[in-house]
Design a protein around this ligand. Structure first.
Ligand code: DUC
Ligand code: ZN
Ligand code: ZN
Length: 498
C-alpha cells in the first residue's frame, strides 16, 4: 500500500479539459495538482509520460451476487470489484433487490452484508422497488435520510413489474425526496404475449428472446416513463438504452425540458447480438443490427445519452442452460464490469466518435454527478478521492475469459482487441494495478453514501428562458441547456495550474 504518490508528466483528462501536469496524492486524496510540486522525500513516483491520466471509471449498473430467475449471478462483490479495478473502474453502484416478501430497507441491509468486507473498491447502492405501498414509501424516506441512498429503480417488465400508477407515485416520491427514479423500460405485458405465441409455435430457443422484445416494445416503455416523469415533474434515468428509437424518445423529452438521462451498456456498443447464443442473452436484448452499436455511440457523443454502465449480471454456461427448452428461463445478463472502459475506448475514442474528455464524462463524471458523488468522485481535482487510471492508448489487449478476472466462465467480448490498457489503477491512493499487475485488497472498498439532492422542482419558466430570441425574430430552442444546468449545479472548481 502507498500513502504518498506522485504521478508525473501525464495528460490529465477531465470532462472539460486536458492538461499536462503532475498529481500528488496523500492518504487516498489528491492533495496537489500542477507542475514543480514540492513534495515530501520518499514519495513513490510514477512516470505517466505519453499516457492519459483519467478519473477512475464509475460503473453505475452492476448486479453482483444477484438472486434472479431461479439462480444467482456468479460474480460476487469480491470478484466483481476485483475485475472492475483490473479494467480501470474504481467505483461501482449495485442494486439492492428485495427478495419476495423482503422490504426495500431489509434488501439494503442484505446487500450491505453481502458487500461490506468483500469489496476491493468503493461502492454505492441503488434500491429496487418491486411494488408500491405505504411501507415502500416509508422505507424510501429512511433509505434517503439515514442510509446514503438517493436512487430507486423500477421495472416495467419481469414478474416484479409495476404499473403506470405505481410509477407515477414512485416518481413523485423520488422528486419530493430529491432522489432519482430509474426505470428498466420494456413493455412487460407485450413481451409475455409475444413469448407465449412464439413458444406455442415451437420457437423455444434463444432466438425467441429478441423477437419477443423488439425495439418498439422498449421505446414504448421509454416513452411512457418520460410522459409520467413529465406529468409528475421529476427527473428520470433510463437504464439500458439499446436502440435509436429509445434514444430519439429521450431526445424529444429533453427538448421539452424534462430532465431525462440515458445509460448505454458496454455490451450494446461492442457486441452484435447473435440471437441463437444464450450466453449473449440480456434484457433489453443486445440488438442484432450492427448499425445500432454505432448509433448508440453517436447519441453518447452528442449528449442525448450521458452514461455508460455494464449491467454486469453474470451466469455461467451451466446456468444459461436452465433455459435450453424455453428461452424465457435463460437467466438474463452479461459481463462488462471489467471490459467496459476498454470497449468504450475502442469503439468510441479509437474509432473517432468520442474524444477523451467525453470518454471521461460518459464513463465517470456524469454518473458521479447524477448520483451526487461529484466532486469527490468523477474528476481529478484537489480534494477528490485518489481514484485514477493511467491509460496507455497505444497498447492493445485482447479480451478473453482465459485471462479475465471475473468468476464467470465466458466473456461476451471474447477475442476483441482493444486499444487502451490500464497500466496503473489507483484506488483510494493504493496502486492496485501496478505496471499492469493486479494487486487488490479484499475489503478495502467502502460503502459510499449518495446524498439526496435538494428536492427538484420542474420549473417551466426556467426552461422558457432557454429559448433564445435572435434579432431576426427567429427563436432558437436550446434543447440540452436545461439538463446541463442540472448537472452543472454540482460542478466543482476547475483545477488550477500554477
Ligand atoms: N437485465 C438483465 O439482463 N439482467 C439483470 C436485470 C436486467 O434488467
Ligand atoms: Zn438501517
Ligand atoms: Zn440491470
Amino acid at each position: 500500500s502507498q500513502t504518498r504518490l506522485l504521478i508525473k508528466n501525464g495528460k490529465i483528462v477531465n470532462e472539460n479539459e486536458i492538461t499536462d501536469g503532475d498529481i500528488y496524492i496523500e492518504d487516498g486524496v489528491i492533495k496537489q495538482l500542477g507542475r514543480n510540486l514540492i513534495i515530501p522525500g520518499g514519495t513513490r513516483t510514477i512516470d505517466a509520460r505519453g499516457r492519459y491520466v483519467m478519473p477512475g471509471g464509475i460503473d453505475p449498473h452492476t448486479h453482483f451476487e444477484f438472486e434472479f430467475m431461479g439462480t444467482k449471478s456468479v460474480d460476487d462483490f469480491y470478484h466483481g470489484t476485483k475485475a472492475a479495478i483490473a479494467g480501470g473502474t474504481t467505483t461501482i453502484i449495485d442494486f439492492a433487490f428485495p427478495k419476495p416478501g423482503e422490504s426495500p430497507l431489509d434488501a439494503y441491509h442484505t446487500y450491505r452484508l453481502k458487500a461490506d468486507g468483500k469489496v476491493c473498491c468503493d461502492y454505492g447502492l441503488h434500491v429496487c422497488l418491486t411494488g408500491w405501498s405505504d411501507q415502500v414509501k416509508k422505507d424510501m424516506d429512511l433509505l434517503c435520510r439515514d442510509h446514503g441512498v438517493n436512487s430507486f429503480k423500477l421495472f416495467m417488465c419481469y414478474d416484479f413489474m409495476v404499473d403506470d400508477g405505481e410509477l407515477y407515485s414512485a416518481f413523485e416520491h423520488c422528486k419530493n425526496l430529491g432522489a432519482i427514479a430509474q426505470v428498466h423500460a420494456e413493455n412487460g405485458k407485450i413481451i409475455i404475449k409475444n413469448a407465449e405465441k412464439l413458444i406455442a409455435k415451437g420457437v423455444t430457443g434463444p432466438e425467441g428472446h429478441e423477437i419477443s422484445r423488439p425495439e418498439e416494445v422498449e421505446a414504448e416503455a421509454v416513452n411512457r416513463a418520460c410522459v409520467i416523469a413529465k406529468q409528475v415533474g421529476s427527473p428520470l434515468y433510463v437504464s439500458n438504452v439499446t436502440s435509436d428509437q429509445s434514444a430519439e424518445v429521450i431526445s424529444a423529452y429533453q427538448s421539452k425540458g424534462v430532465i431525462v438521462y440515458g445509460e448505454v451498456e458496454a455490451s450494446s456498443v461492442a457486441v452484435v447480438g447473435q440471437s441463437n447464443n444464450p450466453n449473449l442473452l440480456t434484457s433489453p436484448p443486445i440488438r442484432s443490427s450492427p448499425q445500432a452499436q454505432t448509433n448508440l455511440l453517436s447519441f453518447l457523443a452528442s449528449d442525448i445519452l450521458q452514461v455508460t454502465g455494464s449491467d454486469n449480471c453474470t451466469f455461467n454456461q451451466s446456468q444459461k442452460a436452465l433455459g435450453k427448452n424455453d428461452f424465457r428461463k435463460i437467466p438474463n445478463g452479461v459481463n462488462g464490469v471489467e471490459d467496459r472502459m476498454s470497449v468504450i475506448w475502442e469503439k468510441g475514442v479509437h474509432a473517432g466518435i468520442i474524444d477523451p474528455s467525453r470518454f471521461v464524462a460518459i464513463t465517470s463524471t456524469n454518473a458521479a454527478k447524477i448520483y451526487n458523488l461529484f466532486p469527490r468522485k468523477g474528476v481529478i481535482a484537489v480534494g477528490s478521492d485518489a481514484d485514477i487510471v493511467i491509460w496507455n492508448a497505444n497498447e492493445t489487449r485482447t479480451i478473453s475469459a482465459k485471462t479475465h478476472h471475473q468468476a464467470v466462465d465466458f466473456n461476451v467480448f471474447e477475442g476483441m482487441t482493444c486499444h487502451g490498457v490500464p497500466e496503473y489503477v489507483i484506488v483510494n491512493g493504493r496502486v492496485c494495478v501496478d505496471e499492469g499487475q493486479l494487486r487488490v485488497a479484499e475489503g478495502h472498498g467502502r460503502f459510499i453514501e449518495t446524498p439526496v439532492f435538494p428536492p427538484y422542482v420542474y420549473d417551466p419558466e426556467k426552461y422558457i428562458t432557454l429559448l433564445t430570441e435572435h434579432k431576426n425574430g427567429t427563436v432558437e430552442q436550446n434543447t440540452q441547456n436545461f439538463q446541463k444546468i442540472h448537472l452543472e449545479q454540482y460542478s466543482c472548481e476547475t483545477p488550477t495550474f500554477p
